[in-house]
Design a protein around this ligand. Sequence first.
Ligand code: NAD
Ligand code: MG
Length: 397
Amino acid sequence: MVAAAGGGLRRVSLLGATGSIGSSTIDILTANADAFVVEAVTADRNAEELARIALRLGAKVAVVADVEAYPALRDALAGTGIEAAAGAAALVEAAARPADIVVAAIVGAAGLEPTLAAVRAGSDIAIANKECLVCAGDLFMAEAVEQDVQLLPVDSEHNAIFQALEAENRSEVERIVLTASGGPFREWPIDRMAAATPKEALAHPNWSMGPKITIDSATLMNKGLEVIEAHHLFGLGHDEIDVLVHPQSVVHGLVAYRDGSVLAQMSLPDMRVPISHCLWWPTRAAATTRRLDLAALGSLTFEPVDAARFPALGLARSALAAGGGATNILNAANEVAVGSFLRGEIGFLDIAATADRVLAKASAGRLPSPDSVAAALALDAEGRRLAREAIARQPAA
Ligand code: NAD
Ligand code: MG
């Protein structure tokens, strides 16, 4: 754990600054400019937007992953005193700069290497990038323990569990429950889901998020990835992690103790609540977000997951039970399939079907648990290759 900078200011780096979690984080940082200093901000390739963010936050360095975006970033930051850089190595360097807390908000397996670099540098991590735990959770958690870094879950369900667990003895926990909104197709019959368009799948009822996680929320693969994420973050078996559909997205997670007590965390569905919790932890600070009014809401409802219409959750559970690199392969196949669906190449139900086929094929061989970034990326590449192959063999959507 890195000591706080002088004057009580917390040094923050933001990986994935141009995304949805990035923009919620920027809201909090700008509203509390007297409490935080920003070290690095990063993005994939949107140089103009990243330069605007770097200026707004007074960051010391801005990095784009895509080297082709470098000239635009350099020109936009010329004369500002903010350093511009590009490429995979620069991204890892930025993540490893001394900071008290690094917000890991890159989407997908692309976040693994920089986020792990931040762990190895000893910074605490506000972790939104669940895919890095799905790809290399054992490695990631071992490094976090080794470096004595605090992992603060940004994902609303995991943040809820973290809050409900904090004051209690972990050995008394019987099970945890992650809630799921059910996504836009919660009540759709399966034949209608088969014909769902990207536009329909992107219309999430409660949350405004990046496109990949929004599609994952529609298939419920997001909840599957979250079960895997919870397994790593909280050291629980998949049979100790339940999922409950809760369409209002107000109760985010519950911890059931063996004496029959259940502790839950509630808030309006606004990612600034869990992000704020992480940025200020272990203290709490006043936030400007709208407050929860239960009387106005009137009722909260819960229902089980329909496994037949949402097979992705079961797939993720099987991959977790299979252990090894199966969850890495599942994640890679899902990333490729989501991309194909968004481009209109495959149907909505083909996303889980592709992941299923890839998992079955990959599991025929040995799937060692990745013990290095290189091993994790090799598995990821294999999962992607198998997914592209499976999609090429599928009839067009
Ligand atoms: P997003 O697509 O809105 O943003 C992703 C960010 O990552 C962008 O800044 C993008 O430039 C950057 N990025 C993308 N590909 C990259 C690459 N190859 N190299 C470097 N940077 C790259 O995504 P998001 O919705 O903000 O989600 C980010 C992460 O947070 C995901 O893992 C998601 O599962 C998790 N999460 C998001 C939410 C939410 O409300 N958005 C909630 C819980 C968890
Ligand atoms: Mg979540």
